[in-house]
Every structure is written in C-alpha cells, then in structure tokens.
Design a protein. Structure first.
Lengths: 93, 111, 222
C-alpha cells in the first residue's frame, strides 16, 4: 500500500465501530484534522493483535484543533491534539 | 461503543501526581513480559488486545501489573505453553508456601 | 484523601475513580492478591519449562532498573548546547539517542520541541505508551485513567494540577501516542543558564518536563 495522503491534506477520521483491537480512539472518530507528516508504512495492529499476517499501512501524524473535538473547549483557539493514524482510518476531505 | 481502555475525552477526576515506587513483584512481571516479548512469544499488540478484552469490570478492578499478569496467564494458556491445570496447582502450592512462611519468596523459583 | 483515612501509612495512595492506580503491593504487605500469587506461580513454571531463564528475567530487571530519566536529560542538555545535535535529533531521533548508547530497536522516537509558541505534552489514552528507554517505566499518574481521560480535552486544567500555567497565546499541543511512535518533549531552556555546562543543565531537566506536564525552572528557583 503506498501513501496517498500528504502533509497539508484535510482528512476526516472514519466514524466506524467494528469490534476488535483498534488504535483509533473513539474520541477522534468522525473528526476532521490536517495531515502533518507521513511516517512511513507500519504493520497493521488490527491484524497483528490477533497473530494474523499483516501488510504494512501508511501511518500519518494528524493534527486536530481542540475546538473541532470539543464544542465547549475553553482554552486557546490554537490548542491542538495530534494522533498517529493509519491510512485506512482516514478519508480525504 | 468504547472498550474499557479507550478513555480519552472522559473525566476520571483530578490527577494524583503521587509517586508510586514499583514493588519487586511489579518489576518482575514487567521483566517477564519483556523477556517473553523479546523471544517473540507475545507481541505488544497481542498484550494490549488481551487486556482490552477483559471487560470493564476486570479492567477497572485490577491494577496495572495485575492486568499484565492476568494477560500473561491467558496468553500462555491460549498458546499451549502452560496448561491451566498446572497453573492452578502451582498457585495452590505458592499460596501454601506463603501461608507457611508468611512470605512470597519473591526471589525463589530459579532452579 | 482525608488525613484520618490512612490505612497503610508509608504506602498510601489515592485510588482514582477507576481504581486504576497501582495498589500498594509492597513487599512487606502480608496480604497478597490472587494475581500476585499467580505471577509468582507463572514465573516458576516458565523457568522450569525453559520458556524463560532466571538469568534472562534478572537481566531484564537490571536493564529496567538501569534506565532512568537521566537518559532523557542527557539528550535534552545536548540539544540545548549543540545546534548540530539538535538538528540530528529532530531529523532522526533514534539515531540521535543512539549516540548516547540508547538503543530503541522496536519503537520510533519523535522529539518535539517546546518553543515560545508551542507547549507539547504527551499521553497515551489507550494504554501506557511511553519512551521507556529514555525515561524508565512510566509513573502511576501517567497510566491513570484520570490523566489519560482528561489531558486530551482539558490539557490546561491538567497542567495546572501539575503547577504549570501557560499563557493563552501559547498553543498547547497534546500528543496521543496511538501507534508506533514514542514522544520525547524537549523542554525550553530557562533563562539564566547561559554559562552552565551540559552536566549542570542535565540536572535541571526532570522526567515531568520531558513528558510535558511541567517546565524547566531556572536554577535560582530551585
């Protein structure tokens, strides 16, 4: 799988809830952020956790504004959260 | 829709910054996990999955290294490395030793 | 916890709401949980069956005991004093810490720098990901549900609980370590440390400043 996203792209995290070992926290699903960096390709923890063979997935650092995540956020408008997310959880907006 | 581990965005109250010096028992579990991991017997991903699958009640009741211990038990049995019967028998033995001596003999166990 | 409520005098801990805190299993406690006994039982069985050896377990214990936040402090002090090192650190942190003999074979280290404009703080909301090779084992609070749940949505309130107040024009950037990356915060070098040696600077850099919950204080304030 080759990386299809790049720094600066605006992405939305899938708002899906399959049962299993998932490293995309619930609080970030469905939220929109900006790709900061492509880290390279890494084994998919969702299959590795079950000892199944995995392909490597592009992994990105994605930045979200606090105000996008929590409507009542009271700190600075620039405050942010960054997460490391696999490409199959991201949709380009 | 959340697993017991997926707590970001919730509110579990003020952070208690008190230092907790790890006990020998806790460090030992950490070390056993490190060796098991280095041998490729259980990966970090599997370990997380085992802990997440314990369910809310167990996750919240056990402390950190109790969860690791419980996960190790489950993994060793699942992989056929240890049988539950032999674990149970050894637990009974250790418990008896503990009752007799009042100590865990934490350094014992090496042949 | 109220003062009249102390059961274990030396080792007494508040349990946070999720009872996520490590219970105070001290070696001198006479009550051992099933899991503590289970841990001992499995250690004995794994050694007897040759799955692990007692030497391997002992070596792993010693290795962990040998890793303290002093590892991270060396990296920070070098980054403060050597611009070429700083550049290498932000380009390839694994290679830069390897210059100090710190080997991180299975994780990818990312150094993030606090500046006038940005303050970084690290959490793992899903478990306890932490740059163990640089800082040792994570403190109890880092693993607590209180810290993990709140720092992503009210970081300024959590930082204030650690005595850290940041002006509104500083961006607070929370890093939730959800994958293969481990984050090390490079705190800001405080004013009044101009003539200090690298060794002197190391002593100013605490674990919590490299997680990002506190800032480095100038020596006069210590």
């Amino acid at each position: 799988m080759s990386a299809t996203l790049k720094a600066g792209d605006i992405v939305r995290v899938r708002d899906d809830y399959p049962i299993g070992h998932i490293r995309t926290p619930v609080y970030i699903r469905g939220k929109t952020g900006r790709v900061e960096k492509y880290f390279g390709d890494f084994g998919n923890p969702e299959t590795l956790a079950y000892c199944l063979p995995t392909d490597d997935r592009p992994l990105y650092k994605v930045r979200f504004l606090q105000s996008e995540l929590w409507p009542t956020y009271s700190g600075s408008a620039r405050d942010s959260v960054e997460l490391d997310l696999y490409e199959h959880w991201l949709e380009k907006v | 829709m959340r697993g017991p581990h997926d707590v970001g965005g919730l509110d579990f109250g003020p952070v208690d910054p008190a230092e907790h010096e790890l006990t020998f028992w806790e460090k030992q579990i950490d070390a056993i996990r490190a060796v098991i991991g280095a041998k490729g017997l259980v990966t970090t991903h599997e370990n997380r999955r085992t802990i997440e699958q314990m369910g809310n009640d167990i996750y919240d009741t056990l402390n950190y290294y109790e969860r690791w211990t419980a996960a190790l038990q489950r993994q060793m049995v699942d992989k056929g490395i240890l049988a539950q019967d032999e674990i149970d028998a050894r637990v009974a033995q250790v418990r008896k030793r503990l009752a007799d001596t009042g100590e865990l003999e934490l350094n014992a166990g090496s042949n | 916890m109220s003062d009249h409520d102390h059961h274990h005098h030396d080792h007494d801990h508040d349990h946070d709401h999720g009872h996520d805190h490590a219970h105070p299993f001290q070696d001198d406690d006479k009550v051992h949980s099933y899991y503590q006994i289970l841990g001992q039982a499995m250690k004995e069985l794994l050694i007897e069956k040759g799955v692990v050896t007692a030497d391997e377990v002992r070596a792993a214990l010693e290795r962990r005991d040998g890793i303290t936040p002093a590892n991270g402090s060396k990296v920070v002090a070098r980054a403060w004093t050597d611009p070429a090192y700083r550049e290498r650190l932000f380009k390839d942190a694994n290679a830069a810490v390897a210059e100090f003999g710190i080997d991180m074979p299975t994780t990818h280290l990312v150094a993030v720098e606090n500046t006038e404009d940005v303050h970084n703080v690290v959490v793992c909301t899903l478990c306890s990901c932490y740059p163990r090779d640089l800082l040792g084992l994570p403190p109890a609070w880092y693993k607590s549900k209180a810290y993990r749940s709140r720092v992503v949505h009210e970081p300024r309130a959590v930082l204030e609980e650690f005595g850290t107040a940041l002006p509104d024009d500083v961006e607070v950037r929370v890093h939730d370590s959800t994958a293969d990356m481990r984050y090390l915060v490079i705190p800001r070098r405080p004013a009044g440390t101009h003539g200090m040696s690298e060794e002197q600077l190391r002593a100013l850099v605490s674990r919590d400043t490299m997680i990002g919950v506190t800032t480095v204080q100038p020596p006069s304030a210590k």
